[in-house]
Design a protein around this ligand. Structure first.
Ligand code: ZN
Length: 337
């Protein structure tokens, strides 16, 4: 579905116009903070039926897991990851944070999902329509807002169903649909999205301003809302830590890194995350962004048939494997229901 461009919110021409700029093709992954790891696994693999494609540790805090859920192959754009920091205080709502992850489900599947979520006692909100699409909002076990979106354009995305999922292939989550961002100034954040990253304005509905890259299809947009009346939000369990955007390769990453720098951001140097290379920066409203390369991908260090069966550690932590495995909680894969 296409939305008219609101001329009133178009940015004035800037040195790097979106059509000349090589922008991101969409979301790469979203990372969030959860409570206890087993509860997180039970929900995302056991209830939502996503595949745990990688079990690793937070590279900056190796006593904490880093759990990656995606489609069967871990395609870029399907990946929702968590740092389970069980001892952390709950998130504080407010501006400067991404406040909801939406996940694409096939058109017509929300009846299935609604029944399934109720059966597992999930906190499900009232069904909504957003920009013409059916949406089921819910809250995960640690307070994070998640929305399932019946997304017609998700059907054209690269997706491999997970045969070990408790959810039938026809209803499985197809990838990241979008995210919501609460901002102190929509104008300032929108200017950055447009001038620095090549987004364009698609329209407004119920206070949410939609900005997209590419065609604005599944995985290619964010919804931004003015929350200037609130206080600044703070990370905690149940909060979204960062939104990662896809770049094709090192060269493309350098190009977009330069573009966001020109728009006023202060990106980090390139950090090798082994499954992709990353650059981090905050957009002007405070939401942490990442630019992540599509490759090499999750199969670089594990056979896809055996994803996440063992704890994967970066090479410099291998010598501490025994100590790390003693500290992180033992995880049991949920049984297919
Ligand atoms: Zn990331």
């Amino acid at each position: 579905m296409r939305f008219p461009v609101n001329q009133g919110r178009m940015r004035k021409p800037s040195p790097a116009e979106p059509d000349q700029m090589k922008t991101t093709p969409g979301l790469h992954h979203i990372t969030a903070i959860s409570g206890p790891a087993q509860e997180n696994l039970d929900f995302y693999a056991g209830v939502l039926g996503m595949r745990l494609v990688k079990k690793s540790v937070n590279q900056d805090d190796p006593g904490t897991y880093h759990l990656f859920y995606a489609d069967a192959e871990g395609h870029p754009g399907t990946d929702l990851t968590f740092f389970p920091w069980a001892q952390m205080a709950p998130a504080r709502d407010g501006f400067g944070l991404s406040t909801e992850v939406s996940l694409a489900v096939p058109p017509g599947s929300l009846v299935f999902w609604s029944k399934r979520l109720q059966r597992y006692g999930v906190a499900v909100g009232a069904a909504e329509t957003r920009f013409g699409e059916h949406v089921l909002p819910l809250v995960d076990p640690h307070g994070m807002r998640v929305a399932l979106v019946e997304s017609a354009s998700s059907l054209g995305r690269p997706f491999t169903p997970w045969e070990g999922s408790p959810v039938p292939p026809e209803q499985q989550i197809r990838g990241l649909e979008s995210a919501r961002m609460a901002e102190a100034s929509v104008e300032v954040s929108a200017a950055f999205l447009q001038d620095g990253m090549g987004f364009r304005y698609l329209g407004e509905e119920n206070g949410w301003h939609r900005y997209s890259v590419g065609e604005g299809r599944s995985g290619q947009y964010v919804d931004v809302r003015d929350m200037s009346g609130a206080r600044r939000g703070a990370w905690g369990t149940g909060s979204i830590h960062h939104l990662a955007w896809r770049v094709d390769d090192d060269g493309h990453q350098a190009e977009v890194r330069q573009s966001v720098t020109a728009a006023g951001a202060h990106p980090t140097q390139v950090i090798d995350r082994f499954w992709f290379k990353s650059v981090y920066f905050k957009e002007p409203g405070g939401v942490l962004f990442e630019l992540a390369t599509d490759g090499p991908g999750f199969a670089v260090d594990e056979d896809p048939a055996h994803f996440s069966e063992t704890l994967v550690l970066p090479s410099w932590l291998e010598q501490e494997r025994a100590a790390i495995e003693a500290v992180v909680p033992k995880l049991t894969m949920p049984h297919a229901a």
